[in-house]
Design a binder for this molecule. Structure first.
Ligand SMILES: N[C@@H](CCC(=O)N[C@@H](CS)C(=O)NCC(=O)O)C(=O)O
Length: 209
């Protein structure tokens, strides 16, 4: 049995973690289930994560990690080769932490509203308007991030980090890639490079069919 167990699903945030595990060559057991759509998937993850969300990673020690940004940073910091995060003394470290947390809190967190808009106290009839507003806000946040970054081959310069994997994944959620490309052209060019990385092409194709 592989030492790591990942609760995840296709077309979800777990794919960023799967991409990091793939690049790091770390074997893992995947427990598949779309928590936002399938009650059984929610119950499957509940014993390890009462939030009933994915990604949820169970480490070899049995310790549970949730929060996609934390998982990605933890995996990157724990492995020197390939190096998927700027080191603690790297001048890019501040920007790395800033944008990892930004994608998590300003963008990814908003998706929690969409499967059931009554979660924010509005009736189901308001769904279309709420989802449109969430997507507008996410587009604004991508545009803001794009204006502040000066990417090289990758978002933080010439080497790929888990931030690239995170943005390549979350930009596939609503309001989806065409709008992301429109509002964040600088990041879109990088994301295309990440999509085409030969080490990841099979994973992207399988997990975002
Ligand atoms: N803060 C969490 C959010 C995770 C999250 O929203 N996951 C979605 C799937 S992409 C989920 O499990 N949604 C089910 C729900 O919230 O009910 C993280 O960054 O990992």
């Amino acid at each position: 049995m592989p030492p790591l167990t990942l609760y995840g699903a296709e077309a979800s945030g777990s794919v960023a973690v799967e991409a990091a595990l793939t690049l790091l060559g770390l074997p893992y057991r995947l427990v598949e289930g779309a928590t936002w759509a399938e009650p059984e998937a929610r119950e499957r993850v509940a014993p390890v994560n009462a939030m009933r969300q994915i990604p949820t990673l169970v480490l070899a020690s049995g310790e549970v990690m949730t929060e996609s940004a934390a998982i990605l940073i933890y995996l990157a910091d724990g492995h020197a080769e390939p190096r998927l995060a700027p080191a603690l003394d790297d001048p890019r470290r501040a920007a790395f932490l800033r944008w990892m947390l930004y994608v998590s809190s300003a963008i990814y967190a908003l998706h929690w509203i969409k499967p059931d808009v009554t979660r924010i106290g509005v009736p189901p009839s308001a769904r279309d308007a709420v989802v449109a507003a969430v997507h507008d806000r996410i587009a604004f946040c991508w545009a803001h991030m794009d204006r502040q970054l000066t990417p090289g081959r990758f978002l933080l310069g010439e080497s790929l980090t888990v931030l690239d994997l995170y943005v390549a994944t979350v930009s596939r959620f609503g309001p989806w890639r065409p709008r992301f490309t429109e509002v964040a052209p600088g990041m879109a060019a990088v994301v295309r490079r990440v999509d085409e990385d030969p080490r990841l092409a099979a994973l992207w194709a399988a997990r975002f069919p």
